[in-house]
Design a protein around this ligand. Structure first.
Ligand SMILES: Nc1nc2c(ncn2[C@@H]2O[C@H](COP(=O)(O)OP(=O)(O)OP(=O)(O)O)[C@@H](O)[C@H]2O)c(=O)[nH]1
Length: 467
């Protein structure tokens, strides 16, 4: 089974709380839009744009004809002027040669007549061209009028379609119920304008999904940036939320680092019942399957039941579990375990610890003593201090991180029981607030129910986004 499907099916008990709330928010004040009508409006707009483009092209063509005619008129005018100049020269020559021979005079007179004829002809043509230019201008004016009328018709059509759409929206007010009852075959989508009220409702929804006030505010305001006033559907909101959550989670999604040191010491801390024992068993099984030699130390020596439980998990994973009598010193067990692990050539030593937060001073002393003792064997140990958190405790997980950071040098988190909550937003708050690596998530009680943390899958599962 693909990881995402398994995650979606198992990460949250029911559909996620955010997914369940989003529909209600969008429905409340949202408007059901007819996808087909939107397409008709788009088609009408595109037709009108095409008519306008055609009218523009015709006008451009007409303008080119007018320009050509004007050029021709200018050319004729130049010819007329040239003819006038010739005539003036001829007249001048006639005056100077008033004694010229009669034939010459006749010829000149004939020339003068021809010149006069040419001038008359050119004036006639000039008049004709001027007439043509005025006809072209009239045609241009008519085209402009036609374009104006086409635009007016398009605006009227737009207004009619908008009115029809408003009418339909009014008629389709109880959109969800209509769709639930299967009324009509029209494909519709409900969109709601992103305004202050909607943002506030989204914030409340995220807070109710354990995201915490600060993180919920940051997520919603980032999501709304540049989108205020836009109409959004549930699907679009899910996509935006998921993208924002992924952005926050990506930097912390890191598997537990493995070092060449032998044994690499992994101290596992967390309050009672958070899932330490189970997680150690699951991790041991995964490392063992990856070819690592693993040893477990049952450091919670105060509860015989806890030791027994760890032994069960050790058997399941095929990993030796080192124990000590009930009530004995966990630090001395840790020391023995270091020796044993080194002796066995183990790659990893995982040390379980008690999680009695009721007596903080005792717990701190106990954890510090374990660290002091194992450092006698390896000054760099523990190489990882994993804090195991229970997702069903919600915002409580935030205060646990703070407390355990004071008690021990926490290097990474594992969040268990994500399958047991419809919330899960606390993981986003943890990433946003502490930035500690999230190595894995627990999604069930079985040995293979520990998954690497994938931000995109998590964000999709949390928001109910189908990918
Ligand atoms: N549904 C679910 N249950 C889990 C998960 N991880 C642990 N559990 C259950 O949570 C309960 C407590 O888990 P443990 O592993 O015993 O927790 P612990 O922190 O070792 O508790 P102590 O031994 O009391 O310190 C057990 O019933 C587990 O089966 C998980 O990812 N999903």
């Amino acid at each position: 089974m693909a990881f995402f499907k398994k995650l979606k099916d198992r990460m949250f008990q029911s559909s996620s709380k955010i997914e369940a709330g989003l529909d209600a928010i969008v429905e409340d004040g949202g408007v059901e839009e007819d996808v087909a009508a939107a397409q008709v409006i788009e088609a009408a707009a595109s037709d009108a744009a095409e008519v306008e483009a055609q009218a523009r092209a015709a006008l451009d063509e007409q303008a080119a004809v007018v320009a050509q005619e004007e050029a021709r008129i200018a050319e004729f005018e130049r010819e007329v002027q040239a003819a006038e100049r010739v005539e003036a020269q001829r007249q001048h020559a006639a005056e100077l040669e008033d004694v010229a021979r009669a034939e010459e005079r006749d010829r000149l007179a004939a020339d003068a007549r021809r010149a006069e004829d040419a001038q008359q002809e050119s004036e006639a043509r000039k008049a004709e061209l001027a007439r043509q230019a005025s006809v072209a201008a009239a045609e241009q004016a008519q085209r402009a009028e036609e374009l104006r009328q086409a635009k007016a018709a398009r605006s009227a059509e737009d207004a009619r379609l908008e009115a029809e759409r408003a009418e339909r929206e009014k008629a389709a007010k109880p959109g969800l119920i209509g769709r639930l009852l299967g009324r009509g075959d029209a494909k519709t989508v409900v969109r709601r304008e992103l305004d202050d009220d909607m943002l506030e409702r989204l914030e409340e929804l995220l807070i109710s999904a354990d995201m915490g006030v600060d993180t919920a505010l940051r997520v919603t305001s980032n999501m709304a940036e540049g989108r205020f006033g836009k109409r959004l559907s549930t699907q679009e909101i899910k996509e935006l939320l998921a993208a924002e959550i992924t952005r926050i989670m990506e930097p912390v999604a890191r598997p537990m680092p493995l070092y060449p040191t032998k044994p690499q010491v992994v101290l596992v801390v967390g309050v009672n019942g958070s899932g330490k024992t189970t997680t150690i068993g699951k991790l041991a099984s995964q490392f063992q399957a990856a070819g690592k030699k693993v040893v477990i130390a049952a450091g919670d020596t105060f509860r015989a039941a806890a030791v027994e439980q760890l032994q069960v998990w050790g058997d399941r994973a095929g990993v030796p579990v080192l124990t000590a009598p009930e009530g004995s010193d966990p630090a001395s067990l840790a020391f023995d375990a270091m020796e044993q692990a080194a002796c066995d050539g183990a790659d990893l030593l995982m040390i379980d610890t008690a999680g009695r937060l009721q007596n903080r001073a005792d717990l701190m002393e106990e954890l510090q003593k374990i660290v002091r003792v194992i450092r006698k064997k390896d000054p760099d140990a523990p190489h990882n201090t994993l804090l195991v958190l229970d997702a069903t405790t919600g915002q409580n997980a935030l205060s646990q991180v703070k407390t355990f950071q004071e008690l021990a040098d926490v290097t990474g988190l594992i969040m268990t029981k994500l399958d047991g909550t419809a919330k899960g937003g606390v993981l986003v708050a943890l990433a946003d607030k502490f930035g500690l690596p999230i190595h894995a998530i627990g999604v069930g009680e079985q040995i293979d129910d520990l998954a690497p943390f994938d931000p995109e899958d998590f964000a999709a599962a949390l928001t109910g986004l189908d990918r």
